[in-house]
Design a protein around this ligand. Structure first.
Ligand SMILES: NC(=O)CC[C@H](NC[C@@]1(O)OC[C@@H](O)[C@@H](O)[C@@H]1O)C(=O)O
Length: 267
């Protein structure tokens, strides 16, 4: 899957960005935020026909970047498996790609507060005979390397043959060709691929304990604090809700990211 990747001018292993007055967030290039993302996880993060990155995560992050005073945001496509280490070694300032916050990942990177909690979804061909989690036993199951889906499958789908792919596009091509029987990806991306290729859903598994966050290199406290404050403002003023309704119309809306006035008082 040729991801529309912009040329990363920062190069590999550039000198660690120094943070000071002129560069309070320790950005690789002060005034620009370089984001590692994915090109094939529509509608979270994807490249549209003109190769532009867009989607819920992309527009939410861009809004947050503007709120902290950085208008130049450059997105580059990555394989998911290399994304967090590229952020950890400061080839990028942030990772934005529906990345679930987990303790394991927090060994490598820091995360902003969570901004999206949803489901992991198994999708398959109609004729595969896979109608539930239990049915994947004895079948070949695609996962994207490095995802929570891979970790879940390794732990719970011990009777299936796991096939690891670099990205969703190649995994879905394998489902369509019959090379694998199902793919395991994020709920909203699953809906998009189901619509495109007439695939069906076999299971939705909650992943509320690992909400998506923006991944940044460790020890960038000022940057993290600024991102969190801006993210909170985007939720409080309804920007988050507007983007959710735009990109996930009809999906159940997690309440915790709505303006406080709209949150039903939890007892
Ligand atoms: N872009 C990807 O392929 C990421 C796949 C996977 N996303 C899981 C998740 O962050 O997706 C958005 C929300 O549904 C979260 O609850 C979920 O953990 C992961 O973090 O591993």
């Amino acid at each position: 899957a040729a991801l529309a990747a912009t040329l990363t001018l920062s190069g590999c292993g550039g000198t660690a960005a120094s943070s000071g007055e002129e560069n309070p967030y320790g950005l690789i290039d002060p005034g620009t935020i370089r984001v590692a993302s994915l090109g094939d996880s529509k509608p979270y993060t994807f490249t549209d026909e003109s190769g532009e990155f867009t989607g819920f995560d992309v527009e939410l992050f861009t809004d947050v970047a503007h709120r902290i005073g950085v208008d130049d945001v450059v997105f580059t496509g990555q394989d998911f498996s290399g994304l967090l280490s590229a952020v950890a070694n400061e080839q990028f300032d942030v990772g934005v790609a529906a990345i679930g916050i987990t303790e394991d990942r927090q060994q490598t990177v820091d995360f902003s507060d969570g901004y999206l909690a949803g489901y992991l979804t198994l999708i398959t061909r109609e004729d595969s005979g896979i109608g539930s989690e239990q049915d994947v036993a004895g079948h070949r199951l695609g996962v994207v390397q490095g995802t929570l889906q891979e970790a879940y499958a390794v732990k719970n789908f011990t009777e299936s043959d796991l096939v690891r792919f670099p990205d969703n596009n190649t995994a879905i091509a394998a489902v369509n060709s019959g090379a694998v029987d199902a793919h395991f990806l994020d709920y909203e991306a699953a809906q998009d691929y189901m619509e495109k290729f007439g695939l069906v859903s076999a299971a939705d598994i909650p992943s509320f304990d690992a909400p998506a966050g923006f991944a940044i290199a460790k020890d960038k406290e000022e940057f993290k604090a600024a991102l969190n404050e801006a993210l909170g403002d985007a939720m409080e003023d309804g920007t988050w809700k507007e983007l959710y309704e735009k990109w996930f119309p009809g999906s159940p809306m997690p309440e915790q990211y709505l303006p406080s006035a709209e949150q039903t008082a939890t007892p």
